[in-house]
Ligand binder design. Structure first.
Ligand code: HEC
Ligand code: HEC
Length: 254
């Protein structure tokens, strides 16, 4: 009898433990959605299907046909960044010229002037049914995008000189120290350990930092979707830390 009692007790305790563990991780059936990592919205803005488990689109985005200057096609036309820019300024920013030019507006002004509810309406097609992302993104993902727009967008003109593409007021000594601690392990001290390009056209940290500082800053802040690259925002860095690393990365070989 006594033995049986202990077996039941142990089973009961295990059950309670598992239940608490599940609830703690937000896996319980009736739990409110768990707060996402601060970097999630920025990763979704970059390439939402790489972090949301959604299927990568194959056709062009319905709004893509409104322009013919950017000749890319397929899934890339569904990335928020492809239409609105790495600097969030669309046609008024870095994508105001070059092969990515679409003439589409940025999201920076909207993020400053519209409420969360209004932004959610834009993302769910209330303002233009072709801009409805609810069939492909969960409510939680849409909320992460709204949080990104309201809380994490920055005005890149304060940090990057649009004529020279140089980081403004970067302390490269501090940047080098931060790079050595955080980035070197994966990218190597000269930034050339990972090639993002191809054999003929290699692209390294130094290449991207100098050529596209807006993209580099976004990736430093939020990480790179679908890879182990960490987010500096999640790591608690100040914006100055990020600019320092960007400035240092611009000194690395291309
Ligand atoms: C194919 C291009 C395209 C993609 C992809 C795209 N948008 Fe848009 N977006 C537009 C266009 C065009 C407008 C302006 C008019 C409209 O809604 O059709 C717009 C408007 C907006 C606005 C309102 C801007 C304002 O000033 O009122 C926000 C915010 C926005 N988009 C966020 C996003 C986010 C976040 C994503 C990614 C989930 C995204 N967009 C993906 C083309 C795009
Ligand atoms: C844990 C490993 C890891 C760390 C740490 C890391 N990265 Fe990365 N990073 C990656 C991977 C993996 C990629 C994707 C490579 C690819 O697209 O082939 C990447 C991509 C990039 C890209 C290019 C993205 C693109 O798509 O073109 C830049 C720029 C970059 N990292 C800079 C940095 C900087 C600066 C730091 C330090 C703040 C850093 N990374 C820290 C792993 C890391």
């Amino acid at each position: 009898m006594k033995k049986r009692f202990y077996v039941v007790l142990v089973l009961l305790m295990t059950f309670v433990f598992l239940l608490v563990a599940c609830m703690h991780r937000g896996m319980g059936p009736h739990m409110a959605p768990v707060e996402s990592a601060a970097s999630q919205g920025g990763l979704l803005y970059d390439k939402w299907w790489a972090v949301s488990g959604a299927v990568e689109p194959e056709t062009d985005h319905p709004l893509w046909a409104l322009q013919d200057t950017n000749t890319r096609s397929g899934s890339t036309t569904w990335r928020c960044k492809e239409c609105h820019g790495w600097d969030y300024k669309g046609k008024d920013g870095a994508y105001g010229e070059g092969s990515h030019y679409t003439g589409f507006p940025g999201v920076y002004d909207a993020s400053q002037t519209q409420t969360e509810a209004q932004l959610l309406n834009v993302l769910t097609g209330s303002t233009d049914p072709r801009h409805d992302f609810s069939p492909v993104l969960s409510e939680a993902a849409l909320q992460d995008l709204v949080d990104f727009l309201k809380e994490y967008i920055i005005d890149d003109t304060k940090y990057i000189n649009y004529d020279t593409r140089e980081a403004i007021a970067a302390n490269v000594v501090s940047g080098k120290a931060l790079y050595s601690q955080t980035c070197r392990g994966c990218h190597g001290s000269d930034g050339k350990r990972i090639n993002f390009g191809s054999g003929e056209e290699p692209e390294y940290v130094g290449t991207l930092a100098s050529g596209n500082p807006w993209e580099t800053l976004h990736k430093i802040r939020f990480g790179n979707p679908g890879t182990s690259m960490p987010s500096a925002i999640a790591g608690g860095w100040s914006i100055q830390n990020m600019i320092d690393v960007l400035g240092y990365a611009q000194t690395l070989p291309e």
